[in-house]
Design a binder for this molecule. Sequence first.
Ligand code: NAG
Ligand code: NAG
Ligand code: NAG
Ligand code: NAG
Length: 968
Amino acid sequence: MGSCKFSKFSVLCLIIILFEVSAKENAQLVKERVSLLSFKSGIVLDPKGALQSWNSSGVHVCIWTGVKCNNARDRLVQLDLSGLSLHGRISPALANISSLAILDLSRNFFEGHIPAELGSLLMLRQLSLSWNLLEGNIPSELGFLGELVYLDLGSNRLAGDIPAPLFCNGSSLEYIDLSNNSLTGKIPLSNECGLTELRFLLLWSNRLEGHVPEALSNSSKLEWLDLESNLLRGELPSDIVRKMPLLQFLYLSYNDFVSHDGNTNLEPFLASLANSSNFQELELAGNNLGGEIPPIIGDLSANLVQIHLDENLLYGPIPPQISNLLNLTLLNLSSNFLNGTIPPELCRMGKLERVYLSNNSLSGEIPAALGEIPHLGLLDLSKNKLSGSIPNSFANLSQLRRLFLFENQLTGTIPPSLGECINLEILDLSHNELSGTIPCEVAALSSLKLYLNLSSNHLQGPLPLELSKMDMVLAIDLSSNNLSGSVPPQLGSCIALEYLNLSGNAFEGPVPASIGQLPYLRVLDVSSNQFSGRIPESIEASPTLRQLNFSFNKFSGNISNEGSFSSLTIDSFLGNKGLCGTIKGMPKCRKKHAYHSLMLPILLSIFAVLLCIFACHQLRSRFKKKLVVLNRGDLEVGEKEEKELKYPRISYRQLIQATGGFSPSSLIGSGRFGHVYKGVLHDNTRIAVKVLDSKAAGELSGSFKRECQVLKRTRHRNLIRIITTCSKPDFKALVLPLMSNGSLERHLYPSHGLSPSLDLVQLVSICNDVAEGLAYLHHYSPVRVVHCDLKPSNILLDDDMTALLTDFGIAKLVKGIDDKLADDSVSFNSTDGLLCGSVGYIAPEYGMGKRASTLGDVYSFGVLLLEIVTGRRPTDVLVDEGSSLHEWVKSHYPNKLEPIVKQAMLRCAPSVMPACYNKVWNDVILELIELGLICTQNNPSTRPTMLDIASEMGRLKQYISTPLSQVD
Ligand SMILES: *[C@@H]1O[C@H](CO)[C@@H](O)[C@H](O)[C@H]1NC(C)=O
Ligand SMILES: *[C@@H]1O[C@H](CO)[C@@H](O)[C@H](O)[C@H]1NC(C)=O
Ligand SMILES: *[C@@H]1O[C@H](CO)[C@@H](O)[C@H](O)[C@H]1NC(C)=O
Ligand SMILES: *[C@@H]1O[C@H](CO)[C@@H](O)[C@H](O)[C@H]1NC(C)=O
């Protein structure tokens, strides 16, 4: 049966091939074949082998990859080589394919100039060269392309002025995208040449200057005008946009525009937009716009979805008429000089999701009516002069995720009803005049994922026990209040906590040992309280704690300078009379019989006075720092929305500077989603920028969002931490810290014939890190995450060779901890279009069903262990032996393992190794093999969990690093 099928197939192939070869190419096509081959010779790297079919013999040119001919098959009309990762230069020979109508070379690595010869392709209707590394000027010859409808040169490194002919001859142009380059000069449009058919003009992120040209008003069909992030100035272009009734998106943010009438009147501009009935988004942020917000803003199209007027010079009240915009979902008026009260009418805009009014001078009470906006997810009223109490009605905001009321003059108590906002992730009420106790209903908000900041108020009373339910919160700041009583040991249940500040209160009693056992705690400040007793040993033993402050309490006992204390100075212990120990500047612990019984108290008190003067000073500056730290904490953690103000705002331009304009020399990798560049920010932070393909970014925006969501929510020392994201309509990137030691892949298989450099101790430690990271993803992170693509190239190594997992791009969010789904897995949606995992590492069940599960990750981890021990890539084994790596190892188990173990000893035992260690290394290698085999069992249900594996790896790591005690 099989052979029959095969032979039928071969015959069919033969027929096709014969047909293709015999179909004769006419003289024109033969010439065009030559031009294509000449173009191919300009390509220095074709990593996907896309152009293999382009060769001088055999195949008809009309079926070469990316080539399309007309129906008569006598002219070549289309060349589409987008997204093939081609490196090289664009050969001018293309200009000889005179019938070409579509030329798309976007999303490759083409360098050098755009050949001026392309200007002779007079039939060209579409020219796309976006997302390459093209530099130099735009050739003015492109202005000859009279048929051109679609021109996209965006996201290159083009410089110089836009040649005037480009916008002049092209009366047929409907789409122009020159965004994201370094173009200078004015927008070259004059009245003689109108782009009358233009619907899209995208020039964002360049260095264009001058005014918006009058002649743009001839483009009365314009729907999308994006001039954001340039150096344009002058009054807002009212007369121009008035002539564009079809306008839907207008982006003028981050320029130097001013309002009319000497920068006092915004009304003419808003009036000029009133006729655009399809208008949807207005972005004017980051200009110098002065004047009041005129009531006429309410006359804009009812379809308006977003308004950004932030970072301007607007003053006066917020007009209640704005609430006519019933379709508005986002309103950003922050960072202006607005005053007056918040109009309660805002609640009429029932679709509002995000409201930013922070950093103005708004006063009066917060209107209770805001509690009636059903979909409100973010409310930022911080940094105003709001007074009165927090309305009870906020309890109705069931969608609210982030509430920022800090730096106002709010009084009264924290309403217990806030506890009904069951989706709240961030609550920041700090720097107000709030009094009373912390309501247990609020303390019980287990949804809080990011932080709770109640610092610098007048709160009193004890810490509610319910606080222990915040098992996802990363930071809690209760500093500078009047809280009292003892700290409940149950606080140790806030398992995700990284930052805890209880300073400046009246807490007493001991600090519970459970706090030192918090697995991710980095910062602990308990200073300026009445804490007493010994500092728990668990704190000293914590592997994660970095910043500690115990000053100005009544602690006593003996302090060593070991563990987490080893990096501390006396500053962390000031003002505790009972402490002694080996920290520099601290009194030595004395034997019982204190002689000098008279001198000691005198000396101590002089010392204490001096210390106090010094310490108060230190403390003040440290307090300031703490505030900064907390705000940063907010930056580092995030949620779904990528465009979050609180992230450090790294602009596209800064990314350009950091990466040398995404130059080829800073390219450090490419994956199926795009390219990764390295770079250095102004503050010398070394970063990796993962840029998504623009087309892929559109198609895979689900993946981008998913990656951000996962990256921002999961925090662990063995998971790569996101610095920020940069997202524009046409550009999406993740900014990650650069890992100096590259990927594990590079160390396992170094290029240039170097021998692998990692020894067994390092490898075990790396596997332990990976296991810890995966265990966190599977068992502790706020949303359970399946990594789905574990392999050496997704394991990065930092300075001290700590391993961090990366590339969660295809990770599947399995379920929230409290999700009711009983299943451990999630089914793939066919529209996902993404395959889980990489060849060689995929669990066998993925081939049969279609479910990603944590046990699939366990399988991949097992493959990784076997790979590390054998030094063989799973794909190589497939090729050489025809079986999977684990089958190959299993075929040697248990009696024929010796050659594998010996081989491993040769490769990765440290060069200087006392003979007595031999047995230890032997044992460890055997254990790694066994663990690898257990993890790669075909039946998922008999594989161990990542928790078991992590503890096993921890034991191995311990064993190998202190083997002597175990060796007999
Ligand atoms: C030309 O391309 C065909 C089809 O891909 C391939 O079979 C053949 O080996 C190629 N010939 C040369 C000389 O590269
Ligand atoms: C285009 O073709 C002509 C001959 O038909 C040839 O002389 C010329 O070199 C070609 N141009 C390029 C850029 O290859
Ligand atoms: C809001 O937008 C929707 C969809 O664009 C539209 O159908 C509806 O009419 C708009 N609402 C108002 C009040 O105009
Ligand atoms: C708002 O500020 C203006 C001056 O910019 C002042 O005249 C006006 O009284 C202020 N209004 C309120 C309500 O404070």
